[in-house]
Design a binder for this molecule. Structure first.
Ligand code: G6P
Length: 436
């Protein structure tokens, strides 16, 4: 990109997200290794190239000591990342609690946890206080690194308070906020005790973005119905100040996938996998192990298929890659046990001495080793694992119950050339893919 006079665009961009694109693992007192973080937000933003960007966020680890913090800050600086250090208590209350136990399920229409339906419960109050405190900590770091003219791009449900905190520091800062999850109907948002405060905090941004027109419309109607503000075709107006609201469906850098397929090591892995599953149709699921992804439902549907189609029992295999996520949150722990139990039962029922119908991988260790390679070489090896699979599968199954903008479906399609595998999407996703 360039300006009309030929100068390259050098707009500085400060990306702020709860999670950095790399997560840190401590190897020694002052030694760290960096591994690529999982999730749609990171996959999507890795494709942003037209700006000179710094990324501010949490490195996914508690670093209580000053020496460790200094060493990690230095290691991250090489990746253009700036850490926000959150202690264990804040992570527990803000990340595990308010973000992942309250906002995440609510925004995906799974409702509030029973005990949090009463705004007065102590845990809700302290989690919300921690959420605001954490957002202020992110704002402090942004403020330290901000230079006049920078654009600050805040991301996701973790940082709904951030636009407000930033504008309080400097009302001239250009602030955008983008949500990577659905924004639910105003009737669902209304059930959240802190509904109004959150909406007002987001409205402090200059531009608010969503994946789809429906999410944007839900946000505007939450502002009109809950806050009594005026919705206009451009956004939401409050006493003459307009916050622009729009849909920006996110995509992937498909060229990166297509190029990677030509790498000799990828070709080698594809060959190995083809030999391994010769004579069987291969179905694939790639998801974070999250309740919104519909993993138990997918596996149970596969069981029903085997039950009803005896011919296929030894001729089809389901590979389910389930990347462990938010492992300190009880709901996620329950889901992990549930999935393991179902997979074990089905493999016991339909397996033979030489083959099992489901290969379920939640081997974070293997992923971490591959991801460590990424940090060293700059190639996204987490995705390479999927490439191999994408090239050999006959059917990819994306069965999210709800999802912000599932990128696995795009990644799968990008990897089909001569293979022409089939993508099965849960109904909601079909319409989004057509939209794209
Ligand atoms: C989703 C969220 C992201 C998040 C990712 C991984 O894609 O929208 O904000 O980073 O999941 O979840 P985690 O809790 O591990 O960051």
């Amino acid at each position: 990109w360039e300006w009309p006079d030929g100068r390259p665009v050098r707009q500085r961009l400060l990306v702020v997200a709860n999670r950095l694109p790399v997560s840190a693992v401590r190897r020694g007192e002052e030694s760290w290794s960096l591994e690529i973080s999982a999730g749609g937000l990171v996959s999507a933003l890795l494709g942003v190239k037209e700006f000179e960007a710094r990324w501010i966020g949490w490195a996914g680890v508690n670093v209580p000591d000053e020496a460790g913090q200094k060493a990690l800050t230095k290691a991250l600086a090489e990746k253009r990342c700036i850490p926000v250090f959150l202690d264990e208590e804040i992570v527990h209350q803000y990340y595990n609690g308010y973000c992942n136990n309250i906002l995440w399920p609510l925004f995906h229409y799974l409702g509030l946890p029973q005990e949090d339906r009463l705004a007065t419960t102590r845990s809700f109050q302290s989690q919300f206080a921690a959420y605001k405190k954490a957002n202020k900590m992110f704002a402090d770091v942004v403020n330290q690194h901000y230079e006049d003219g920078d654009v600050v791009w805040c991301h996701d449900y973790h940082l709904m308070f951030l636009p407000k905190c930033l504008k309080e520091y400097n009302s001239k800062m250009k602030v955008g906020w983008f949500l990577h999850t659905p924004f639910p109907s105003s009737e669902i948002h209304r059930t959240l005790p802190s509904r109004s405060e959150l909406l007002r905090a987001v409205l402090a941004a200059d531009l608010v973005g969503f994946h789809t027109y429906d999410y944007a419309r839900h946000f505007v109607s939450a502002c009109t119905r809950i806050l009594g503000l005026e919705g206009t075709p451009e956004g939401v107006e409050d006493h003459g100040r307009l916050t622009r609201v729009a849909a920006f469906p996110i995509g992937i850098d498909s060229e990166r996938f297509i190029r990677a397929l030509e790498l000799p090591q990828v070709q080698e892995h594809i060959k190995e996998l083809k030999e391994r599953f010769a004579g069987r149709k291969v179905m694939l699921g790639v998801d974070r192990l999250d309740m919104i992804k519909g993993i138990p439902q997918k596996i149970l549907a596969f069981e029903k298929f085997l039950e009803e189609n005896t011919y296929w029992r030894d001729k089809v295999v389901l590979l389910q890659i389930a990347v462990p996520t938010r492992t300190d949150v009880p709901e996620y722990q329950k889901l992990t046990s549930q999935v393991h139990e179902i997979v074990g039962r089905i493999n016991g029922r339909f397996g033979t001495l030489t083959a099992v119908p489901i290969h379920h991988l939640d081997r974070s260790l293997d992923f971490h080793k591959l991801c460590a390679l990424y940090a060293v070489t700059g190639t996204n090896y987490l995705h390479l694992v999927f490439f191999y699979c994408f090239k050999i599968v006959d059917v990819a199954l994306v069965t999210s119950l709800r999802d912000g903008m599932n990128l696995v479906s795009y990644e799968f399609v990008a990897c089909q050339d001569s293979k022409k595998g089939v993508l099965i999407l849960s109904e909601k996703w079909t319409s989004l893919l057509l939209l794209e």
